[in-house]
Design a protein around this ligand. Structure first.
Ligand code: SAM
Length: 245
C-alpha cells in the first residue's frame, strides 16, 4: 500500500476506532508511522475526546447526539429509543439521560432505550442491549419487538458504520444501504410523529435516501454537528414527524 493510500485508510479507520482510543493510546509514539503518529496526536488534542473523558462518556460521539438534541430536542423523558450501532454505548448513555430510562428523575416520565450492535456492549443502567446482532438482518426485528414496549418506538437512532474498505464510493453505498435497512425497521416499529436520525457518508446516493425519508416524514434535515470532524464525510439525516403507520 502506498503511503498516500495508507494515510487515507488510516483516516477512514480513525472514524470508527476513535471510540477505542483511550484503551489503545500508547504511552509512546515510538515505532509508529508518521500517519499513525498524526492520528494519535490528533486524538490527544481533540477537545471532544478530552471532554468525553471528563464527562464519563464512552466515546466522543456522544457530543454529536447531544448537539443535535440541543438544537432539535429529539429526546424527551418517557420516549422509547432504539439505538442502532450502539457500541461502545455513548449515544445510549445520552439517550438514557434524556429519556430518563434509568429513573434518575423520580418526577419525570420513564423512557426506554435499547441498543443493537454487531459487537459486545458493556452494560449500562437504564438501557438494554442486543449485542452480536446485525441490524440489517430480517430476524432482528423480532428480537427488538420482544424487548420494546407494546406501542413501539418514538425515536430511532443510527450511528452505524460498516468496516470501511477505504474505497469511498463503495463505503458510501454500503452505509446508505444500511440506513435503508434502518428505515425498513422504522416502518415496522416507529410511532406516528416519531423521529429518525441516521448517519451516512456523503455521496451520490444521499439524495435517494433523503427522498425516501421525505416520503414518510414531515421534515428532513441534513445535519453536520461541530463534533463531527470537518474532514470526515460523515453527515446525518434528521427526519422529524413520521407520517406513516
Ligand atoms: C461509530 S460506531 C457507533 C458509536 C456509538 N454511536 C456510540 O456513541 O458509542 C458504529 C457501530 O456500528 C456498528 N455496526 C456496523 N454495522 C452494523 C450492523 N449491520 N448491525 C449492527 N451494528 C453495526 C459497529 O459495530 C460499530 O460499533
Amino acid at each position: 500500500m502506498s503511503s498516500k493510500m495508507f494515510s487515507s485508510h488510516l483516516l477512514t479507520r480513525s472514524l470508527h476506532s476513535s471510540c477505542q482510543f483511550w484503551k489503545k493510546f500508547p504511552q509512546s509514539l515510538k515505532g509508529k508511522s508518521v500517519a499513525e503518529q498524526r492520528w494519535l496526536v490528533r486524538q490527544l488534542n481533540d477537545p471532544f475526546v478530552k471532554e468525553a473523558k471528563v464527562k464519563n462518556y464512552r466515546c466522543r460521539s456522544a457530543f454529536k447526539l447531544l448537539e443535535i438534541h440541543e438544537k432539535y430536542k429529539i429526546l424527551q423523558p418517557g420516549l422509547r429509543v432504539i439505538d442502532c450501532g450502539a457500541a461502545p454505548g455513548a449515544w445510549s448513555q445520552v439517550a438514557v439521560e434524556k429519556v430518563n430510562s434509568d429513573k434518575a428523575d423520580l418526577e419525570a416520565p420513564v423512557g426506554f432505550v435499547v441498543g443493537v450492535d454487531l459487537l459486545q456492549i458493556t452494560p449500562l443502567e437504564g438501557a438494554q442491549f442486543l449485542p452480536n446482532t446485525d441490524v440489517t438482518n430480517s430476524t432482528t426485528i423480532n428480537k427488538l419487538c420482544d424487548l420494546l414496549p407494546l406501542q413501539g418506538a418514538d425515536v430511532i437512532l443510527s450511528d452505524m458504520a460498516p468496516n470501511a474498505s477505504g474505497i469511498k464510493e463503495m463505503d458510501h453505498e454500503k452505509l446508505i444501504s444500511m440506513c435503508m435497512s434502518v428505515l425498513d425497521l422504522a416502518h415496522k416499529v416507529l410511532q406516528p410523529g416519531g423521529t429518525f436520525l441516521c448517519k451516512y457518508w456523503d455521496g451520490w446516493q444521499a439524495p435517494l435516501l433523503k427522498a425516501q425519508l421525505a416520503k414518510c416524514f414531515q421534515h428532513v434535515k441534513t445535519v453536520k454537528p461541530q463534533a463531527s470532524r470537518q474532514d470526515s464525510a460523515e453527515v446525518f439525516f434528521l427526519a422529524l414527524r413520521y407520517k406513516i403507520k
